[in-house]
Design a protein around this ligand. Structure first.
Ligand code: PMP
Length: 361
């Protein structure tokens, strides 16, 4: 009998089947237009409804205050690594929390445009977040940047860092919509869509209005928050289909009970995995410090080594658990627990973890 697939892709990631089915049903003829949603003009009334509907849902789900603009842009989260300094540079300095692969990359990109200073002491291994007494924050920095969840290392902030009056910028690519956030604490939040919101190719930026209109004159128009805000994200052709699918995913999140429900499920799923590792008598190890353990991308190792991890991945695949391999830079296993993964699926994985440990001790 063919095994049902449980797909743990870390990005692009699982999109709920109900959403894919709805997209499929409308694919050849969108809303009676006789053409596909991929084909209609981005300036048509139909698309205007799609983009404003997607924004309205996101505003509802994250309780985004009125003094924030929502932008739909391209270039990935990586594009934002450049867009952030280009749009926010005034005094020419910014402070970066470097807690893993993605914030390290963002900091290197920012250093091309301004004086970038790391907030935390340098480290080779990203397995936690140094305590407040070790933070170096400059009161005259243009902004403070952090990555709320480091997807590769599985390091997540449990609280929004307090940066006083200095605007805070957050990369939430791998945990947006998995817990409630107080948007008013942020200057800018951005996230690539491909983990919890839809297909790759769309990036969402939430920016506080008073931060528009600053930055470096060389900022390319396509990366400019003010240009995009003025044009309602239609300065150039947006990734129309992706905005449409994202709208459907947001519908689904609302139907499921919203971000509050996603948060409960994320906590439950993560706890299941960490408990299984912590109670495996050292067979599995979750190396990240307890206070920084990610609820959405769990890093796991099999302490006996890489050979056994290879065997694990092969056997997991045979029973339908796909894409559990850790990022190539850190190895091991990674369990990406994004919103489309259900609690029963994770319970099934935990059972498999237990069986594999018993058979391979
Ligand atoms: N930030 C985080 C937290 C990510 O997980 C990723 C991609 N996995 C990126 C940035 C880069 O995103 P993109 O590939 O969309 O540029």
């Amino acid at each position: 009998m063919e095994q049902p697939i449980v797909f743990f892709g870390p990005g692009p990631s699982k999109i709920p089947d109900q959403v894919l089915e709805r997209v499929q049903a409308e694919l050849l003829n969108y809303a009676g237009t006789g053409v596909s949603v991929m084909e209609i003009s981005h300036r048509s009334a139909e698309f205007q409804q799609i983009i404003s509907g997607t924004e309205t849902r996101l505003r509802r789900l994250l309780h985004i205050p009125d003094n924030y603009r929502v932008l739909f842009v391209q270039g990935g989260a990586t594009g934002q690594f450049a867009a952030v300094p280009l749009n926010l540079c005034v005094n020419g300095k910014a402070d970066y929390f470097i807690t893993g692969t993605w914030s390290k990359k963002a900091a290197a990109e920012a250093a091309r445009y301004l004086d970038m200073q790391p907030v935390l002491p340098a480290t080779e291994k990203f397995l936690g977040i140094a305590g407040r007494d070790q933070w170096r924050l400059r009161p005259d920095a243009d902004y403070v940047y952090y990555c709320d969840n480091e997807t590769v290392e599985g390091v997540e902030f449990q609280e929004v860092p307090d940066t006083g009056d200095v605007p805070l910028v957050a990369d939430m690519s791998s945990n947006i919509l998995t817990r409630p956030i107080d948007v008013s604490k942020f200057g800018v939040i951005f996230a690539g869509a491909q983990k919890n919101m839809g297909p790759a190719g769309l990036t969402i930026v939430i920016v506080r209005e008073d931060l528009l209109g600053r930055g470096l004159p060389v900022c390319p128009s396509v990366l400019s928050y003010s240009t995009m805000a003025k044009a309602g994200s239609l300065y150039n052709t947006p990734p129309c289909f992706n905005v449409y699918v994202t709208g459907k995913v947001l519908d689904w999140v609302e139907e499921q009970g919203g971000v509050e429900e996603m948060s409960k499920r994320s906590d439950t799923k993560a706890k299941l995995i960490y408990t299984a590792a912590d109670q495996s008598d050292g067979f599995y190890v979750a190396p990240v410090d307890g206070a920084a353990r990610s609820r959405t991308t769990v890093q796991l190792r099999i302490s006996a080594g890489a050979e056994l991890e290879k065997k694990f991945l092969k056997e997991a695949e045979e029973v339908g658990f796909k894409s559990l391999k850790g990022h190539r830079s850190v190895g091991g296993l990674r369990v990406a627990l994004f919103n489309a993964l259900t609690v029963p699926q994770i319970e099934k994985l935990v059972k498999f973890l237990g069986q594999f440990a018993t058979q391979n001790r």
